[in-house]
Design a protein around this ligand. Structure first.
Ligand code: LMR
Length: 347
């Protein structure tokens, strides 16, 4: 089984060259948009495959904008870290080299640390809880949509997408927190996630998503955490003997746009982009659970990875080690009141 990334090097280079040529042909317009003829281009870069809940929603956004915004906006979607990866996408959207991204909350840690609220372990007991806690009109949603640090960086939030709940993978069966002792896990660059694994006595290495498969294959790391769709679409399961269905954390995405580019659009086009973003978010929420279930089935069918479903008691043991300790540890970063409210809602 081959990692999607390994087929990407040549294709990715071709994409970069094409993108550079297109940019040159457009006079290198800084916000990607203004070709001078009233047309605009949105380069939408992301790090997962087209088949995942984020990948499909990005394609849906493209379809909606191109069908509904009167031929005035073209959306170029670059999946699977082909154009920008975790290491450079935040810079790209701030500089206007890319107009649009949908990174997981953890990826915003250095520029808008409050988004780590979505990384809190056991924030959700099941996928049914996600809309109750992480929708635009909840306190958590407002902390993201109205985030001042993002606004200061010229980043506008258009929507919240999700990819459901994370599972643990490793070559060792992980049925209780002490099983993680001495194992090294790849994490997204989030302090909250480092603390979560620390409480379970696991070691951590922050790493770009596109590097995880090779790092697992080469034994640089022992395990990682992700929803089934990311594990399966990156073929991580082919280099991991065990998956623990812990549902311990969440992958939520902020669908964002470079604000200068957005403001350069006419009010009609702004409305059109906003409503396409709303529809794409609805679509993402509709498909996320199903896509993850399908990925789980594919992994089961391939038969090389044992899936351990935790009993309620076993899951509680993982939870007790991190809640409320990790939540409280970050209440100054995430907001004292927000954490107090979230903890109260747990009772
Ligand atoms: C990860 O880095 O594990 C995820 O954030 C990737 C993604 O975008 O779902």
């Amino acid at each position: 089984m081959r990692h999607p990334r390994s087929t990407r090097t040549i294709a990715g280079t071709a994409v970069l060259l094409t993108a550079a040529l297109v940019a040159a042909a457009c006079g290198g317009a800084r916000s990607g948009g203004g070709g001078g003829d009233g047309s605009h281009t949105i380069k939408f870069s992301h790090v997962v495959t087209k088949e995942t809940p984020k990948g499909q929603a990005a394609e849906k956004f493209k379809e909606l904008v191109e069908n509904q915004c009167g031929d005035q906006i073209t959306v170029e979607v670059y999946p699977n870290s082909e154009l920008y990866g975790d290491e450079d996408e935040m810079q790209a959207v701030q500089s206007g080299a890319a107009q649009m991204l949908a990174p997981a909350s953890a990826k915003f840690t250095t520029i808008a640390p409050q988004l780590q609220v979505l990384d809190l372990p056991f924030l959700f007991d099941s996928v049914e809880d996600i809309p109750k806690i992480a929708s635009p009109d909840t306190e958590v949603g407002k902390a993201i949509f109205e985030n001042q640090a993002l606004a200061d960086r010229g980043i506008k939030v258009l929507g919240l997408w999700d990819n459901g709940l994370k599972q643990l993978s490793s070559n060792k069966q992980l049925a209780k927190p002490s099983d993680l002792r001495g194992q090294r896990f790849r994490i997204q660059p989030s302090d909250v996630l480092r603390s979560q694994f620390g409480k379970w006595r696991g070691e951590t290495t922050p790493m770009a998503f596109s590097e995880v498969y090779s790092a697992l294959q080469q034994g640089v790391i022992d395990g990682q955490e992700n929803p089934y769709s990311n594990i399966e679409s990156q073929n991580m399961h082919t280099v991991q003997k065990h998956i623990t269905e812990s549902n311990h954390g969440y992958i939520g995405y902020a669908h964002v746009i470079n604000n200068e580019f957005f403001e350069s659009l006419s009010p009609e086009l702004q409305d059109c982009v906003t409503s396409a973003a709303d529809e794409a978010a609805d679509f993402n929420h509709e498909i996320a659970t199903r896509v993850n279930e399908e990925s789980k089935k594919t992994i089961e069918k391939e038969g090389s990875t044992e899936i351990t479903e935790l009993t309620e008691e076993q899951r509680e043991a993982f939870k007790d080690a991190v809640v409320p300790s990790v939540w409280k540890q970050y209440s100054d970063v995430l907001g004292e009141e927000l954490i107090a409210d979230l903890l109260a809602a747990q009772e």
